[in-house]
Design a protein around this ligand. Structure first.
Ligand code: SF4
Ligand code: SF4
Length: 111
């Protein structure tokens, strides 16, 4: 399946998205093909293999860094993510709190 990244999601906090290892992983043995993840993720991360009747991760780089909503939505526990600490460490290592503060100020000035 062809992977496509929405340009809108190409960077996260000034980091190229492809350098961040955050995306859902589906266990095909647990996936029942219920469609909950495919129809609920707002970023078109999931596709559906109609032949196998299972969800697939079609556009992993569209996944919002740190989001785990689909893991919660999957009542069959077929979706998993890396340890949350990975994102927390990234925020610290890349000093993203400084950037967030700057962005917050700009946002408040705009409102
Ligand atoms: S929500 Fe879970 S079981 Fe349902 S299609 Fe997605 S991965 Fe498969
Ligand atoms: S974590 Fe969020 S953005 Fe990523 S695939 Fe799941 S619902 Fe979509």
């Amino acid at each position: 399946m062809e992977t496509k990244m929405n340009k809108k999601f190409a960077m996260w906090k000034n980091i190229p998205r492809e350098k961040i290892h955050w995306q859902p992983v589906i266990d095909p043995d647990k996936c029942t093909g219920c469609g909950m993840c495919v129809t609920s993720c707002g970023r078109e991360v999931f596709g559906f293999d109609a032949e196998k009747k299972k969800a697939v991760v079609a556009n992993p780089l569209n996944c919002m860094v740190g989001c785990t909503s689909c893991e919660i939505w999957c009542v069959f526990n077929a979706i998993s993510f890396p340890d949350h600490q990975y994102v927390k460490d990234l925020i610290k290592e890349k000093r993203l709190l400084i950037l967030a503060k700057k962005q917050l100020k700009e946002q408040l000035l705009l409102s």
